[in-house]
Design a binder for this molecule. Sequence first.
Ligand code: PEP
Ligand code: MG
Length: 551
Amino acid sequence: MKIYKGKSVFGGIAIGKIQVYGKGEKQVKRVKVEDTEAEILRYRQASEEARSQLAALYDRALQEVGEDNAAIFEIHQMMLEDGDYQDSIENIIRTQTVNAEYAVARTADNFAQMFAAMEDDYMRGRAADVRDISERLLSILQGEASDKVSVSEPVIIVADDLAPSETVQFDKDMVLSFVTVHGSRNSHTAILARTMGIPALVGAGLPLDGTVDGKTGIVDGTNGVIYVEPDEETLSRLQKAGEEEQEKKAILHTLKGKENITLDGKGILLYANIGNIKELATVLQNDAGGIGLFRSEFIYLEREDFPTEEEQFWIYRTVAETMGKKRVIIRTLDIGADKQCDYFRMEKEENPALGCRAIRICLTRPEIFKTQLRALFRASKYGKIAIMYPMITSAGEVRRIREIVGEVKAELTARGIEYGEPEQGIMIETPAAAIISDQLAGEVDFFSIGTNDLTQYLLAVDRQNPALDEFCDTHHPAVLRMIELVVENAHRAGIWAGICGELGADPELTRDFLAMGVDELSVSPERILPIRRTILETNVSEYKKTWQKSW
Ligand code: PEP
Ligand code: MG
């Protein structure tokens, strides 16, 4: 048995035969031609054919993976029609009197190198796209019938890298998993694999030869591992894990695609909490209506130094693009208390939970805050991002945030950088914020109640101290009254209110939250379908008739 580790793109277990997919590097010869105009015509016809192939791929991707993910094929069509790209090919044919294949290959190299040398991560990513469209042109020019990737039995596809156009052409029913040696988790291919719901890994350093091809493999997408020729023990262990996964999926699968509507027609939004883009896979698998809490501080906690604006922009953009039209609520960094980060060089505090954490760091060290805000505002052009500020205690803090946001937008405008207009909301997780939620409601677009901290601060119980468990009554009347008050105040001001703390996933309270009029519950992804089941079985108006509030 050989074990190779990679980076997880999408979770799940896949067991089957491995098929090494090789592009078969195209051999391009430089050939002198007499009639350059005829050669240019040949190139133009190939370009026309490539365009119609891409249009067909777009239609297919639109049906299989949705509009946002299909967009890459529109981009490829635009690149194909790009004036500089076309001019370069035609110039090489004319000035060097050479064949169209050679001109396309040279242009591909030049453009790919140019993109690869660019500062901006997004532009660097375009190098793969320019190679992809050029490969397509070469296939057509060299008379290859079609670029369909055919597999005749369900297999684990292992490749050096996969272009988006290759990923989408595989017959979904025949592909158990994608594993690539290269490729980034942010690539369009990774986004497509996630959307297709296939276990996938990138960066797995396995050889692409006979030691792997045709052998039995197991991909453990969740843990980012591929086993080649697994031993008996590994095979039966992962087979069992895979079967359990399938059983659970099958039961809950019947609820996928259903709206979260009660028997008497009351709707509620069911979103997912994540701390990392690796979790996007389970968000999609569990049919979340959006992301209600992306704990962005984990981006900081995973690093040795401050994440740059560019690094953050890419993460936020990936989440936004993957979720398409669904709302993605990204909480600005909540460092401090139990989430300490050495390079922030914070003073030692007697009571870190009551100390300089979350928005307090952002307001006292605005340079850190502004880097994150710039990344968020830029990324919000690519999806439905909403920004959420943690640990708010006063309207003054919200107004100060608005000033800083104004400065960030002005800076971006002055630099000619595009940005979106995300919704902006706050967490209600301090007693102060809950009590003045009537005032705060006029300042923001939404509330999300952080019951973990709200409970800790209301009951004066350290959430980190297991010895206090018996005093930490999460159903305490003070907590439930606060939730009810916050929802009422939100609605009076015409904004929505959700819950993103752990209490939102408590099945004993789902009906109470519906009765209170909570608009959204954001829970860990695997809780979504069980809560949906409760919602579908509830009649809120009936429930309210006999509603015994315990608070
Ligand atoms: C909360 O306090 O309820 C919350 C969602 O935030 P965190 O658990 O990250 O503090
Ligand atoms: Mg909190």
